[in-house]
Design a binder for this molecule. Sequence first.
Ligand code: GLV
Ligand code: MN
Ligand code: MN
Length: 414
Amino acid sequence: MGISSLRINGQRLQTTLEDMAKIGATPGGGVQRLALSNEDKQARDLFVQWLQDLGLEVTKDEMGNIFGKRRGKLDNLPPVVSGSHLDSQPKGGRFDGALGVLGALEALRTLNENDIDTIRPIIVVNWTNEEGTRFAPDMMGSGVWTGALDKDWVYQRTDINGIPVIEELERIGYRGKTSATKWPIHIYYEYHIEQGPILERNNKLIGIPRGIVSLLWFDIYIEGEANQVGPTPMEGRHDALCAAAEMILKVDQLPRKRGGNLVATVGAIHNYPNSRNIIPDKVHFTVDIRSWDDLHALNAWNNLKREFKVIAERRGCSIHIEETSRVEHAQFDQRLVQLVSDTAQTLAYSSHSMVSGAGHDASYINQIASTAMIFVPSIGGRSHVEVENTSWMDCEAGANVLLHCILKSANETG
Ligand code: GLV
Ligand code: MN
Ligand code: MN
């Protein structure tokens, strides 16, 4: 059989994804595998087992990133690396992240069973805490590994219960000994669901991202004054929740006001003491701003920040703002993007050029190595929800594109 007719095993990929989706399965058909939770540990254990079953050399680094290496004929050449993440959102979907990790695993299973050797080694990777929902920021594992984030700072980041990353890494047994420091990568591919409606709307099978938008994350802490709700007159109150409410609407209005390519969201809020008959004195909420245009996003934020301060002052509250994450937009290597597009065409799959509005570890890896992504359609454009879905046929098609991209890159000598 010629290499060009090589195809992944769609049924095996489906079974593997279904087996993984049992870990942290939610009643609504999704998964909950928060980073470094017991479910994340179980998912990692299963993944490591699968890597070992394939005879790969498994490494866990001090950030808990897991690498499975398949040797190359010239094993010292920089490898082709592919993967994504196994952690999920609370009540997240079965495909976000898992498809990229297990799609790469399936590509290696296909190479193994067909006795196909490549010149370069190939590495499958599971990056730690891509989602950033339990511990912020997101893309922690790849961020530290590439040098964009400081390991000791990241280790001390805490969840809502005050538990630091380092403790949870230790507890689940994934604080490896190997340094979480970058080494040369020849090419990085990340296979992922689109998480938006564009492919479905355009009736296209393979999405070819030119890059990923910039991501700005902020944590806003407002402090007012608590009091009994009944006897305290409305005048003169310092209600932290009302201040937050005004600010949140400003976030929602920001994209319409500023125009251009911009989305802005408040996704998490904590109100204290959260009792119906106490005026709230502390509120913490998050702000997420994304744009292809880094400067546009930054200017919009600066404008928003000024509005926040005016609101806080008018309501007699103090405000503290933490910049939790700033990731510049990633523009992928155009030659590699073209290679993905050509590969889809050779396989007779329709494709569509686009930009990723979702964040991915590929953003950080793109800062140190030639990177590209492969998208497949999200049914109804839904993601980060339990009903997140992609047809098995589409999962198979995307994995075939990944397989052939990996093969081409892994046989390059230069
Ligand atoms: C990651 O899933 C993100 O886009 O926030
Ligand atoms: Mn993802
Ligand atoms: Mn996600």
